[in-house]
Design a protein around this ligand. Structure first.
Ligand code: SIN
Length: 323
């Protein structure tokens, strides 16, 4: 049997985190350990040859849009190497959703690309990083994985970048795929798929310029002054994380209507975290459809940066909701 050759690209995060005590699962420094330390915790894999490279050493709260672009370029380069069969990216969990979604929207996939992380630092008793990394490697070793698009493996589940969300702030089982459910599971080294392959061609080039897009959330008593500061602050786009089906407080609705008439691209999303925003033709805004505010923002950054006409934004969001 041919040994699959998988490259691990380390970017930091809790999976490379170090604390002063094995009890400590929240007071630690993310991205402190080098990739060699992550590799040392892995058992030998007979059928996988693992290469590893430190690409970044970040706490993912500081993984900015330039990082998404640099990582996309790096993975594209690696995919072009005929000796590499797949890529695993280790990443902080705080913005894992954003990075995975950006890669999903921009990276042509010739080989499996799997992201993983950990909720407990590497120094914790019962750290989850080694098992997550091992399971991500098992998925990356399956050529079929590339046909699912960008995938994230956490806590024995495989998630599509499109559906992934961090749903708990510290549990090991912190990630889910909301209504869609996971794409698959990994158990005892075996991969079981629960969904049919659904990769789609990337919508944008990795080096597409990114428009400036802000997110504002609605809440009782939302400050009109805050909304004014954002809509007059130079942004090209705004994602409104509204109530329920994207409802907007009456106190600020006229300001948003006016900003839209002046040319600000406004996407109406929901702050709820699951479900979708159904069409409201009277509102006049673009509906996020099935995208949460964070994914909607990245889609809008790319669309505006690519110079997409306003009339194409709604079809884009409808389409992305199913991809
Ligand atoms: C980070 O996102 O880099 C820190 C938190 C984590 O990985 O869980």
């Amino acid at each position: 049997m041919k040994r699959r050759r998988i490259l691990v690209l380390a970017t930091g995060g809790t999976i490379a985190g170090a604390a002063s005590s094995p009890h400590d699962t929240s007071g630690y420094r993310a991205g402190a350990l080098p990739v060699e330390a992550l590799m040392a915790a892995l058992p030998e894999q007979e059928d996988i040859r693992i290469d590893a490279r430190q690409a970044f050493s970040l706490d993912s709260k500081d993984a900015l849009p330039e990082f998404w672009q640099a990582l996309a370029r790096e993975i594209a380069r690696v995919q072009a190497d005929p000796g590499i069969d797949g890529v695993v990216v280790t990443h902080g969990t705080d913005t894992l959703e954003e990075t995975a979604w950006f890669l999903h929207l921009t990276l042509p996939l010739a080989k499996p690309v799997i992201l993983t992380g950990a909720m407990r630092p590497a120094t914790a008793a019962s750290a989850d990083g080694p098992m997550n990394l091992l399971q991500a490697l098992r998925v990356a070793a399956q050529p079929r994985a590339a046909r699912h698009g960008i995938l994230v493996v956490m806590n024995s589940r495989i998630h599509h970048a499109r559906h992934l969300r961090k749903a708990h702030s510290y549990h090991v089982d912190a990630f889910d795929s909301a209504d869609a459910g996971p794409a698959g599971v990994v158990q005892d080294g075996f991969v079981g798929w629960l969904s049919t392959p659904c990769a789609s061609a990337p919508r944008f080039a990795p080096d597409t310029p990114l428009g400036q897009v802000e997110i504002l959330a609605d809440y009782p008593g939302v400050s009109p002054a805050l909304v004014a500061a954002v809509i007059h602050g130079g942004a090209q786009g705004l994602v409104w994380a509204g109530y329920g089906n994207g409802s907007i407080s009456s106190a600020v609705q006229p300001m948003l209507d006016e900003a839209r008439r002046r040319g600000l691209a406004i996407v109406r999303a929901s702050r709820v975290g699951a479900g979708r925003v159904w069409r409201d033709e009277t509102a006049g805004f673009v509906n996020a459809s099935g995208l949460d505010p964070y994914k909607a923002r990245i889609a809008l950054m790319l669309a505006l940066g690519a110079g997409m006409p306003r009339g194409r934004l709604q079809p884009l969001f409808d389409d992305l909701s199913y991809s």
